[in-house]
Design a protein around this ligand. Sequence first.
Ligand code: ZN
Length: 199
Amino acid sequence: MDLYSGHFNRLIDELAALPGIGRKSAQRMAFYIISMSDARVKKLAASITDAKANVHYCKICQNLTDTDICPICANAKRDHSTIMVVETSQDLAAYERTGKYEGIYHVLHGAISPMLGIGPGDIRLGELMERLKSDEVKEVIIATNSSLEGETTAMYIGRLIKPLGIKVTRIASGVPVGGDLENIDEVTLLRALDGRTEI
Ligand code: ZN
């Protein structure tokens, strides 16, 4: 027997389909949304459709942005000869929060995982290789997670870049094994960056 109306159930289903949202949380959110004013609900719905319509990948680093080229890539004060390769935009945000990294980034939007059938062609690796054709790049810092997928990806990219004569480094393993970069404190992130070694 359905406890709630079809509309309400549909809202719960949509919310529960989001990552990290269980059925119970989805229900709590749905109740809250129904209790909100019409104006706030409209604002929330519009923020979702507007973000979807206007946010896309930076033409250079593939980070999420609402301009063609993101503010980091567009910033001439950043060191454009150093590219840090991360798995997600959240990982990029984690390093940006340290305020100490002056290079630019490349966001892969995933990691290679033979187990899940995710190959090099499924992440934004081709775009990285394209960037390396310019003489400007002197070092690529691979800051993928220290999970099996992250390590596999780091090794794969390392092998791909080394023949180009560009320095390739891997962040130190101050980052706990299996840990997502976005959940790691800034001191540990910086230690991992400072302790990077050539691969
Ligand atoms: Zn960018």
